[in-house]
Design a protein around this ligand. Sequence first.
Ligand SMILES: Nc1ncnc2c1ncn2[C@@H]1O[C@H](COP(=O)(O)OP(=O)(O)O)[C@@H](O)[C@H]1O
Ligand SMILES: [Mg+2]
Length: 409
Amino acid sequence: MKIKVGVLFGGKSVEHEISVISAIQAMGYLNRDKYDVIPIYITKNNEFYVGEDIGKIEAYTDINTLIKNSQRIIMVNEGGKTQLIKYPQKMFSKGVVDYIDIAFPVVHGTNVEDGTLQGYLKMFNIPYVGCDVLSSAVGMDKYVMKTVLKDNGIPVLDCKCYTANLYDEDSEKIVDEIEKAIGYPVIVKPVNLGSSIGISKAENRAELFDSLDTAFHYATKVLVEAAVQNLKEINCSVLGDYETAEASECEEPVSSDKILTFAEKYIGDGSAKGAKGAKSGAKSSPSGSKGMATLKRKIPAEITPEQREEVRTMAVKAFKCLGCNGVSRIDFMMDTASGKIWLNEINTIPGSLSFYLWEPLGVKYSELLDKMISYALKREREDENITYTFDSNVLQGVKLGNGAKGTKR
Ligand SMILES: Nc1ncnc2c1ncn2[C@@H]1O[C@H](COP(=O)(O)OP(=O)(O)O)[C@@H](O)[C@H]1O
Ligand SMILES: [Mg+2]
């Protein structure tokens, strides 16, 4: 029997649209001899929809019509299966639309990729592809991630992290502290967003206030770190789990000295600032729709074999110590003058699932998806051996103070 894979995408995230692209691209490559694929679209209000057109990219030009022609569902754990049930339920109609054996989240950004969707799925006892709740959450918070990596001896830039209320209380004090600890130029970024949203560089005090204002517009926690000079960015994907993990080819996104913008990353707009004069390393993406695969990039990255190995080794180490699963993309920054390399961030569900970094090593996209599913099933088997109940008579004869109402004294 084929495995029923529910591919979940969209959701309440600023990277909603990118997720639609990544998911529909991936679904085109899931091996239909092995899997029945059920596309499940999560709207920006976090409502779940299935239907004929949900897996078609053209349908997303008019989302209102798509939703009107599709079926809203809720997931229910029934008899050991995760059923998709029509919502709201109509009298005299069959409630169960379908069921799924495994969930495959292809979501990007806060509110979905950060452990939220993973936690939701875990409540159904359903295996799901990719990072678990903790690694997704740690991977999403750039400050927490750096702290864990630092503790494991992986080089990351020192940083300062501030909350919005601290900034509101005394912004001058914060800016003084940054000037003393880091100096200019600095990079200011929201801790938990992606796609360069809210990130900017500040060269002086006035710009620093502007950058902090901008970043706090998007998040309540903001991170400040030194801007890497003579910047070369290198990304590397890792496939595996806490036990076995391997690194892909390295890529070099072409960014000049500017921050890669949202448009450059996803819309493939060669005219965008910072992409000017970039060599075209872009490939056409598999489904014909755009995705991370359209970004101007060099594959392999123009680095020495030693630097390539340094990046790949660090990527695998970081993946394992964060407890990742499936495929992640780990991004590095290098100062080309000193040759020093820092780990910048991890993307636990990377755009286009990083398939384009595996093809050069002979791993086809459909094989990559197969392996991701196998790792999820392995985790599920291991999890089944863990005891989650503990028989005790603790609840027998419990009396809560004076009462049946259970109020604390
Ligand atoms: N410390 C830094 N020095 C120089 N450039 C940086 C630094 N941090 C980020 N950038 C630039 O900003 C881009 C986005 O930052 P990143 O931390 O990767 O956030 P995102 O999650 O939005 O991709 C990077 O790809 C890089 O071009
Ligand atoms: Mg990045």
